[in-house]
Design a protein around this ligand. Structure first.
Ligand code: SAM
Length: 289
């Protein structure tokens, strides 16, 4: 059922909401994004601003209630809309799952850059969250078999929904990193992860949208931020085939420490640090000897 709203009223609300965004230091275009994603207002309508009645998917009161949550409680706009764009698709998101970030999209390009032989084996996305990486891999590597692990049941429920909605062939497992996939020992061509990597003390300093609303299981990387990454470095050699690729997203400044961990582990070569589009060192890749 739709909600009929006079155009004049909607445009007044929009202008008021944009002013409140500016007053609170938020990007005013978030209002338009919410109008498109939640209320179903088309881009053309937003540009033309007709005064005739408009049919909305939610009432103006509901829209306003949600916008107040954005401004007063710092709820990320993606949680309010329940979706976020990522690579070429739209993913469902909810407070139990990290909102996938644009920089993480580059992990899929790193996977695409691998040799053809690797691109047809078994790959795993460890800490899949919304399923973004696993689904991205399923489309980028159509000849590979994609597995995805998360410890959080809430995350897995959303990831499975996303895979089903997008028709992406991904096998999901709940558990602690590699513990969830003992049957894949010695079989993986690729291990991909965007693990929690923020040092515990820094979590409290994150912007309120992240600190108050995103799951800390997805953020907190332990005292030095490298707790999960250390486990991924140490355990992946038992799971990767010889020549298999290990690739992980990290926080700015962690590259040398991770390269040292990989080197000290003794089972990897061709260790390389990669930058994101902002020029920040963001990923490390290495290959199983
Ligand atoms: C930074 S989020 C990444 C989510 C998603 N891959 C993305 O890039 O948007 C890290 C994910 O790892 C999961 N996680 C944390 N500890 C884990 C563990 N011990 N075993 C498996 N998954 C874990 C969290 O639940 C969260 O979904």
């Amino acid at each position: 059922m739709g909600f009929s709203v006079p155009g004049v009223q909607l445009w007044q609300w929009r202008s008021h909401a944009k002013n409140s965004a500016i007053a609170h230091g938020l990007p005013p275009n978030e209002v338009d994004w919410l109008l498109q994603e939640l209320a179903g207002v088309s881009r053309l309508f937003l540009r033309l601003q007709p005064e005739s009645e408009l049919e909305l998917k939610v009432s103006l009161q509901e829209l306003d209630r949600l916008w107040q949550r954005r401004v007063q409680e710092f709820v990320p706009v993606q949680y309010l809309a329940g979706v976020t764009p990522w690579r070429e698709f739209e993913l469902h998101v909810a407070p139990g799952v990290l909102i996938p970030r644009p920089e993480t999209e580059l992990l899929i390009d790193l996977a695409l850059a691998q040799d053809l032989t690797l691109k047809s084996g078994h790959w795993v996305d460890l800490g899949t969250g919304s399923g973004a990486i696993a689904i991205g891999l399923a489309f980028a590597l159509p000849n590979a078999t994609i597995h995805a692990v998360d410890r959080s049941a809430e995350a897995l429920a959303i990831a499975s929904l996303n895979a089903k909605t997008l028709n992406a062939p991904v096998q999901f497992y709940q558990g602690n990193w590699f513990d969830a996939i003992p049957h894949l020992k010695g079989q993986l061509s690729g291990v991909v992860s965007n693990p929690p990597y923020i040092p515990t003390e820094s979590v409290a300093e994150l912007q309120p949208e992240v600190r108050l609303h995103e799951p800390h299981l997805a953020l907190d990387g332990g005292a030095d931020g490298l707790e999960s990454i250390r486990e991924l470095v140490n355990r992946a050699p038992d799971y990767l085939i010889s020549g298999g690729v290990w690739m992980v997203e990290m926080m700015m400044g962690q590259g040398n420490a991770i390269a040292q961990l990989l080197s000290a582990q003794g089972s990897y070569d061709r260790i390389e640090i990669h930058k994101d589009l902002a020029g920040i060192e963001r990923f490390v890749t290495a290959y199983r000897l």
